[in-house]
Design a protein around this ligand. Sequence first.
Ligand code: NAD
Ligand code: MG
Length: 405
Amino acid sequence: MRQATGSQRVVVLGSTGSIGVSTLDVIARHPDRLRVHALSANSRMEDLAGQAAACGAPVVLVPDDAARARFVAAWRGENLPEIRVGAQALADTVAEAQCDMVVAAIVGAAGLPSALAAARAGKRILLANKEALVAAGTLFMQAVRDSGAELLPIDSEHNAIFQCLPHHGVSGNRAHAPSEPATSVRRLLLTASGGPFRLADPADLQSVTPAQACAHPNWSMGRKISVDSATMVNKGLEVIEAHWLFAMPPERIEVVIHPQSVVHSLVEYVDGSVLAQLGNPDMRTPISYGLGFPDRLESGVGMLDLARVGRLDFEEPNFARFPCLPLCFAALKAGQGACIALNAANEIAVQAFLEGRLPYTWIARVIEASLEWQAGWPSATLGSLEDVLAADAAVRAYAGNLGLA
Ligand code: NAD
Ligand code: MG
């Protein structure tokens, strides 16, 4: 494979997932300016081997020796890439000089240590892993500011907002993390599709199956975020993500249901102007924006045909149908311990639901019970990665022992 020497070297964390696959698709379209330095995956070593062979990755990151053996057995290319084993290898690889940018696309708080390592190392970070910000917003944003890292959101809503904001967070063509909200901005409006149960009768949700919950009307995504979209925990996590990314107070962030998923989010200015970013629902648009910033790259996404879309609808979210959404707003207002509890309890509950051990409607109950339990903790600083991981582990143990999960 021919590789340009002046190109940017990308580490894709979680390359076998939905975001990872879309990222590699965009990178492959731009061999003149992008190349892969390393790929990571936690499972599906056959997929990882295929990806590494196709893009010529010099390094792959696998969780343990068993995965290493599966990777070697699955390898069909010429020379094996360097195989690094264990979680620490992720943090080390994103920090090394051969890495220019990191796509943080691991699912869940498991992605926090490596995303934080990229922030501390001052790299360009394309952040998909919203759970890292939810669990450790203060720590993560401080690391970005201290190191001068460049943080580009690729969650579609936040990418849309980033595109619509006055570029007060950009200097010298580098994106920086603002520490105060833009004064000309009144509100951020996050759009949400409403997921597969937007019109469902809440009484019918008790018997929902994982297949039904994962059948998103507009987006094709990993299973965890698909369930989060059905419960609207995803939107709640995104409210918290927007709070950190744009230094925006919770009362200036709103959620609006928009079933077509064409308007990806909006920024309302003090003069009454509302700017929105539109496009087909395909993550390659925000990913290519992050990979190319400040340039625009061809992404493979088809052009938006407005006449075919026909109409754009908007409605207020129904908190009775989506009880997790107010729980997320409450967690943001309560503070970081509550946000850690929200995220960890949700991960435990969603996993139990996907494995058939928990009814769908109990996801909200597990979150609520965990938030109530966490509220009784003595106030403590959560100033280090170790503090955050310890709090996260405590909530997981509690939620897993509720007798529900
Ligand atoms: P996915 O389940 O499809 O892929 C997850 C990836 O992370 C896989 O490569 C997997 O091997 C890896 N991984 C899982 N657990 C791990 C662990 N413990 N340690 C290391 N690696 C691990 O998930 P996805 O849908 O691609 O989502 C990834 C992240 O991006 C999530 O945080 C999600 O919220 C966010 N996101 C996804 C989308 C989307 O369209 N899929 C959109 C916006 C944001
Ligand atoms: Mg999103």
